[in-house]
Ligand binder design. Structure first.
Ligand code: PMV
Length: 335
């Protein structure tokens, strides 16, 4: 094989109206459409090289060789998808680094699988367009389908059983709403208790409110896309916060219950609500499958929010994110 090495960067994304639950687990087909904002400050860089001399796939994640476990299995499964598409059987060496904590509800699987898809496809000699890359990334991790694009991105749930209409598309470019901010508060760097895919399977199976969530999430996505296109923060903010709370309500009402929040997560929810209701600071929170609190706001309130957040004990780091760019190939390899 020639030119069998490639490197890609993909940014993580935070869903403004979320995906939680799959109609097809193997193909990662969701029960609802979702919409996200790609983040400029969090990204994964991945180099893939297919090499005839390798006897097995090798994975180095954040400078550590991974010899067993879920991450290795997921990476091999994804390389198998790429090998099947490229009709090759060569093993690969993969090196991947995140510039943020892995698997703590910061969408590392989104940027990780988007970067692996783009670098892996290129290294395998495939020429995939964005739609095909999004569908490939989706099979690694649902949210990764959205990290192929920059800006604001909708992942259409699709109807077909083979998944050929379930891919992500940009709904607005990254310069569409320059005033919008997502302030990411890292409260804990512990890996999460329930990986998203196990967690959502548990919810689909056991939560009595699940059908109501699916219906309401689909509406949230439609309305959030409209609000984004119209740059209407007064409409978008409440949708984002309520959507996250509805998703967490289904997690909490599952058997076994899945409470991803820490005490500090709840404290921040109270603070943000009070700041907005009592003092007019236009901020709304959202949480994913982890304790981190992400605060959606506009540039005008950014400084004051960061100041207030810096006074709260226990927050490891506060990172102000703007809308970020699409996944891309780069020339500098990691090895
Ligand atoms: O793509 P996964 O398997 O990491 O699941 C993502 C689930 C949420 O982050 C909670 C919601 C979303 O749409 O990103």
């Amino acid at each position: 094989m020639n030119n069998n090495k490639a490197t890609a960067i993909a940014h993580s994304n935070i869903a403004l109206a979320k995906y939680w639950g799959r109609r097809d687990e193997k193909l990662t087909l969701p029960n609802q459409s979702s919409v996200s904002m790609t983040l400029d400050r969090f990204f994964t860089t991945t180099t893939v090289e297919f090499k005839d001399s390798l006897l097995r796939d090798e994975l180095v994640l954040n400078h550590h060789h991974v010899h067993e476990g879920t991450e290795l299995k997921w990476a091999i499964d994804h390389l198998d998808r790429i090998r099947t598409m490229a009709k090759i059987s060569t093993h690969a060496h993969v090196r991947s680094t995140n510039n943020f904590p892995t698997a703590a509800g910061l969408a590392s699987s989104a940027s990780g699988f988007a970067a692996l898809s783009m670098a892996g496809a290129k290294a395998a000699g495939l020429h995939l367009n964005e739609k095909e890359l999004s569908m490939l990334a989706r099979q690694g991790s649902g949210s990764a389908s959205r990290s192929i694009h920059g800006g604001f991105v909708r992942w259409n749930k699709g109807e077909r059983a083979d998944g050929s209409d379930s891919f992500a598309e940009q709904v607005a470019a990254s310069n569409h709403w320059p005033e919008l901010r997502m302030i990411v508060n890292i409260l804990s760097t512990r890996t999460k208790k329930w990986k998203s895919r196990e967690g959502m399977a548990n919810t689909v199976e056991s939560c009595p409110y699940y059908p109501a969530w699916v219906k309401s999430a689909e509406e949230d996505t439609q309305n959030a896309v409209k609000a984004i296109q119209q740059r209407d923060f007064a409409i978008l903010g409440p949708i984002v916060q309520a959507n996250a709370l509805k998703m967490h309500a289904t997690m909490i009402a599952s058997q076994p219950m899945m409470l991803y929040w820490d005490p500090l997560t709840v404290r921040l929810m109270h603070e943000i609500e009070t700041w907005r209701m009592d003092e007019g600071i236009q901020a709304y929170f959202t949480m994913d499958a982890g304790p981190q609190v992400k605060v959606l706001c506009l540039e005008k309130d950014e400084k004051e929010l960061v100041r207030r957040l810096s006074e709260i004990q226990g927050i490891h780091e506060t990172v102000v994110c703007k809308n970020g760019p699409a996944a891309r190939l780069i020339e500098e390899h990691l090895f």
